[in-house]
Design a protein. Structure first.
Ligand code: 4AD
Ligand code: MG
Length: 476
């Protein structure tokens, strides 16, 4: 008999038909009631087995074991579910050594502990919910861009350029550590390397994305990106996924409108399609909040927060206005900020969080940053001091999007690259877009895990990616 997913059994509420279910035991009570989960949804189906079941088989039905069950869906006698499965035939596909099974713990295991067994944490309710929501968001992202006629562009993972010019790259090489080929001056001879030059893992698909936008008009990338920054925070990963749309003929305002529509769309999609998982995560969060002092608890529950973001326009301010607000804030006057505030600073997360969480209490788009703290490719404003950049700051997260209108004027771009020591020669392929039919264009990058953090209400970015890579951590 073909397998039926537990989600479908529970959803249809039909009774009196034969089914095959397969899944893993969450609990087994009174030698009779199995709570079976197959990952298709949060809920377990209750499987009732006969009192005459072989004692040898009973011993093998333990938490974590994988079962294959034929039975009949019947109306449930017990509380908590409308239907259940009356088993006719139970096969143990894989036994589970309960003594050693790490999810057997009576107390709820901590998120930190579960990170150490990342290969098993998928089997918990919390991570089941998180990764189903993550999937749904990924699907919604493709749907959003596809419905608007954007072309999904696969930009390379191995590249020779440093798109952000920040130098935080993982090197890719096949050169040996011992007896590394060297030039006469002692430097490494990359001509001997696999690609005949020095290469690294990409920090962003933007530059290649720009080339494609200059032909297709509207493209987006959605792929892994890598940063070798040694930031051990709850918001940074060394390997994370980024969505980078790039749009020809769009200015900064168009870019902000697209980013806002995009974020609101995917949140709505998650609310419409992951209701059960989000309700579970909301409940989890409420319980966690009970441990915190009153003044540190969030003002809105998770779903309310998501609905609020959906139904309210994002605030739009310039960097200069943001600095003025900070300088005027009680936090600044009472010296509550750890880092100083003045025009020209790269705002710290405490500053960003003040703006979104205390001052505006909603997502904020900050534009027109000082050119010296932003990348070389951003369009230079007429004031000579700022560039047409935009960052979106989200409550509880800080920066979730970074983007800009691009410098489409060849001479100005080359001048800026020289000022910032970006190798102009090596980037001729990028500069060609500005030589052969240049046009105004804009784009941005959304950090996928930061979005998943925001939507699930989780607090550590390591808990929203299946296998996190952070400094000193690449197990599994
Ligand atoms: O602001 P960033 O560095 O911008 C870019 O890479 C541009 N090339 C994007 C573009 O215009 N096409 O990164 C974009 C976003 C950030 O706003 C943040 O959400 C996320 O990527 N991000 C990270 N997420 C997790 N871990 C890290 N180490 C991250 N660094 C950036
Ligand atoms: Mg940024």
């Amino acid at each position: 008999m073909a397998r039926t997913k537990i989600k479908d059994i529970l959803k249809s509420e039909k009774v009196d038909y034969s089914v095959n279910v397969k899944g893993w035991v969450r609990s087994f009570r009174n030698n009779q009631f199995i709570a079976l989960n197959d990952g298709s949804c949060m809920a377990n189906v209750q499987v009732v087995i006969g009192l005459d079941t072989d004692p040898e088989l009973l011993k093998k039905i333990t938490t974590g074991a994988a079962l294959d069950i034929n039975g009949t869906v019947i109306a449930s006698q017990g509380k908590g579910q409308t239907v259940e499965v009356k088993a006719d035939d139970v096969i143990v596909l894989g036994e589970c050594d309960t003594e050693k099974y790490p999810l057997q713990l009576k107390n709820r295991p901590s998120l930190e502990y579960l990170r150490e067994i990342a290969h098993l944490r998928f089997r918990t309710n919390t991570f089941g919910a998180v990764f189903r929501v993550r999937h749904t968001l990924a699907y919604a992202i493709h749907k959003f861009y596809n419905d608007r006629g954007f072309v999904y562009m696969h930009t390379p993972i191995i590249t020779a350029s440093d798109a952000e010019g920040a130098g935080e790259m993982f090197r890719v090489t096949t050169l040996p550590f011992d007896g590394t080929p060297r030039n006469e001056d002692g430097s490494v001879d990359y001509k001997e390397d696999f690609f005949g030059r020095s290469t690294n893992l990409t920090v962003s698909g933007q530059l290649e994305g720009e080339l494609a936008a200059m032909a297709f008009g509207e493209i987006y990338t959605f792929g892994p990106t890598f940063r070798a920054e040694n930031s051990n925070t709850a918001r940074h990963l060394a390997e994370f996924w980024m969505i980078e749309p790039e749009v020809a003929f769009a200015d900064l305002k168009d870019n902000m409108d697209l980013a806002e529509d995009f974020i609101q769309y995917v949140i709505k999609y998650a609310l419409d399609n992951c209701c059960e998982d989000l309700e579970f995560l909301q409940q989890r969060l409420l319980e966690e909040e009970k441990q915190k002092p009153q003044n540190e608890r969030s003002e809105m529950a998770l779903i309310e927060k998501l609905e609020f973001v959906l139904n309210n326009k994002f605030e739009r301010i310039t960097y200069t206005q943001a600095i003025d607000i900070l300088l005027d804030s009680p936090a600044y006057k009472k010296k509550k900020f750890q880092y100083d505030v003045k025009w020209g600073i790269d705002m710290q997360s405490e500053h960003e969080r003040y703006l979104v969480e205390k001052h505006f209490k909603k997502p904020v788009i900050v534009t027109d940053y000082p050119k010296d703290i932003k990348s070389f490719y951003m369009r230079q404003n007429d004031d000579g001091k700022t560039v047409a950049a935009m960052d979106i700051l989200a409550p509880g997260i800080g920066e979730i999007v970074g983007g800009s209108q691009r410098e489409e004027r060849y001479d100005l771009l080359v001048k800026r690259m020289e000022e910032m020591h970006v190798p102009v020669e090596e980037m001729s392929w990028f500069l060609d877009t500005r030589r052969f039919g240049s046009a105004p264009h804009s784009g941005f990058g959304l950090g996928f895990e930061r979005l998943v953090l925001f939507v699930t209400g989780m607090t550590n970015i390591r808990d929203v990616i299946p296998f996190p890579r952070t400094p000193k951590n690449a197990e599994f």
